[in-house]
Design a protein around this ligand. Structure first.
Ligand code: SF4
Length: 612
């Protein structure tokens, strides 16, 4: 067995109920790492172009990162990948918890599902025994109930499942593990629902062979000891998690207010957003929660007696912002309720909040009335109505059915000028950060292969403000000196960050490593896999992955360079930014097609026949 990875993947065909193992060459791992890097290669080559994302021919994959399952700090992430049924582009969604390492424990570097069952099924891989089993008794349950039932049957297992939203093919539904961690973006819950796949259940006992165990343990100890000392952002993350942003991001103008049309100063001032502060939320904190191999543990388990919630996860900043600031809602209890409802149903809180914001603005402007909303008075900040709306979206009930596929689709049905209130990129509601604060976010929202995402590579989020410092974070990595000014250096910096981000994600690292101290990335790769990798090779690998993600969407016939963001979101010429970035990436700035020589240089020759 190779070091660092298992060397094989598992194909599950739900149509004929078969399993097939496939061994991959060492070269594939070196060129695509793991996570969604490996996914780009496998899904691009195995899924024909223009397949309906909700058809049996669509492939949905679960990919732990290259280091996932080892003790390497903050490396426990996994990615779900496929064609997004929401945007029609390449899709991936990143998630923490304990499911990713368990894929490795079962002996695989990925589990890819194709075909479709006619009745509800689970895929169970328990102690080496692989089965596709009836799940009629689970269909209709939420994700927490599903995990509990499967734990009753199998004991301590790791589960990725869909709740009611995925079952009902909501295009803004995600996949849930650890009862509340969501691979939320891209609409992948709907793909599981279309395949009638309720859950994947894993329990394995395979070990990952590593090249140099002593070195791995020493590097890990050194990093974790420094984290244990705390200070600065480490302490902030440990104490408040992402809810640190609930007040800070509102103060800086980063958090979108009133469906991106307002300001904190005028519409949602400090006396209101302070009610959503991390300090208020932490009054209900019971104990910390963290992903596998993470010394930071930025999550929390909470108890909210007022709501009868005995055990629930702390809402993330994105959830607080999308159901708080975005809707002018300062009712913290409603945020706890909605967070729990959404996690159980497996619906993406960013998209659900964005869709609620759309509905409220339509209502406030007379485009919708109580006759349309099943009697709900959808005014800004009406938390009672917002909770009812979320329940309707989850169950596709009445007016909620209209919103369950996101606000762009809803606006197409409603018409009457409602389109201008649908704040999405290609149908995906935008993450809760503003391109007016982080300029390069404009191009990322518009043109990343997974549009609308705030967790893609975007230079300004890495280098401005406190959540930022790739320079010096990894041995040998440095941005050009003048990266803050428009021009050549800045575009070069955008390219470097794009490559670095794809690589660290595909390795399974949490995005928050960029907020902490120097990370021994190359040393860990050497200790685990045995590769002597340079930072240049790593960045180039990331550029290969980014180019293939992008090429997937081009092959689908999507002219992403023609995409436009809603005007109220941006204040910069993001198209010009993108064209300069394309030039640096070796893509044609006029149409964003990767040049043939670029594809050859990145060992992506197999793409040329599809694009030319
Ligand atoms: S910092 Fe938070 S999100 Fe990241 S790996 Fe640790 S616990 Fe998970």
């Amino acid at each position: 067995m190779p070091n660092g990875y298992m060397g094989k993947i598992l194909w599950v065909n739900l149509s004929d109920e078969t399993f097939k193992e496939e061994e991959l060459s060492d070269e594939i791992y070196r060129q695509f790492l793991g996570g969604y890097g490996l996914a780009t290669k496998l899904i691009y080559e195995n899924m024909p172009a223009k397949v309906d994302a909700l058809s049996p021919d669509a492939i949905l994959g679960f990919f732990p990162g290259l280091l996932t399952g080892t003790v390497s700090p903050l490396s426990g992430r996994f990615m779900v990948a496929g064609k997004s049924p929401l945007t029609g582009t390449w899709g991936d969604a990143n998630c923490g918890g304990y499911f990713g390492p368990q894929v490795r424990k079962c002996g695989y570097d990925a589990i890819l599902v194709k075909g479709a069952a006619s009745n509800p099924k689970i895929v169970a891989i328990i102690d080496g025994d692989k089965q596709i089993l009836d799940a009629s008794d689970l269909w209709g349950l939420d994700a927490v109930q599903t995990e509990d039932k499967l734990a009753e049957k199998y004991g301590r297992v790791q589960v990725a499942s869909i709740g009611q939203s995925g079952e009902k093919l909501s295009l803004i539904s995600g996949i849930v593990n650890d009862k509340a961690r969501l691979a939320g973006r891209s609409g992948f819950g709907a793909i599981m629902g279309s395949k009638k796949l309720k859950a994947i259940v894993l329990k394995g006992n395979k070990d990952i062979s590593v090249a140099d165990k002593d070195s791995l343990l020493n590097l890990t100890k050194e990093y974790n000891d420094a984290i244990a000392k705390g200070g600065g952002l480490v302490t902030g993350f440990k104490t408040f998690g992402t809810t640190m942003g609930n007040t800070y991001c509102a103060q800086t103008g980063d958090t979108p207010i009133k469906n991106w049309g307002g300001t904190a100063t005028e519409d949602f001032p400090a006396e209101r957003y302070n009610k959503l502060a991390g300090t208020e939320i932490n009054k209900y904190r019971e104990k910390p929660y963290g992903c596998f191999s993470c010394p930071v543990r930025c999550g929390s388990i909470m108890k909210v007696p007022e709501l009868g919630l005995e055990e629930t996860h702390r809402p993330e900043y994105e959830t607080c912002a999308s159901f708080g600031h975005l809707l002018l809602n300062d009712d913290l209890m409603s945020i706890f309720t909605i967070n729990d409802l959404c996690n159980r149903a497996g619906i993406d809180t960013i998209s659900a909040g964005g869709s609620a914001a759309f509905a409220i603005e339509c209502y406030e402007n007379g485009i919708l009335t109580k006759d349309d909303t099943d009697g709900l008075e959808l005014t800004w900040g009406n938390s009672t109505a917002i909770i009812e709306l979320v329940k309707k979206m989850i169950n596709r009930e009445g007016f909620g059915d209209l919103l369950a596929d996101g606000c762009k689709k809803a606006s197409e049905k409603i018409g009457k000028g409602s389109e201008k209130y649908a704040i999405t990129s290609m149908g995906q509601e935008l993450g809760m950060h503003s391109p007016k604060v982080f300029r390069t976010l404009g191009a990322s929202f518009a043109f990343d292969p997974t549009p609308g995402r705030h967790t893609t590579a975007t230079l300004d989020m890495y280098v401005s403000g406190p959540i930022s410092k790739p320079n010096g974070l990894f041995e040998g990595f440095a941005l050009p000196k003048k990266y803050k000014r428009p021009g050549d250096d800045r575009s070069e910096a955008e390219k470097l960050v794009a490559g670095l981000h794809q690589a660290t994600s595909s390795i399974g690292l949490c995005n928050f490593i960029y907020s902490f101290q120097k990370y021994p990335l190359l040393e860990l790769i050497k200790a685990v896999v045995g590769w002597d990798m340079t930072i240049d090779e790593l960045v180039k690998t990331g550029l290969r992955i980014q180019t293939l993600r992008h090429s997937f969407s081009l092959r689908e016939g999507i002219n992403i360079i023609g995409n436009k963001l809603p005007e109220r979101v941006v204040g910069v010429d993001y198209l010009e930014d993108y064209k300069a970035y394309c030039g640096k990436m070796g893509w044609n700035p006029d149409n964003a097609y990767p040049l043939k020589e670029t594809l050859t240089d990145l060992h992506l020759d197999f793409v040329i026949k599809d694009l030319y």
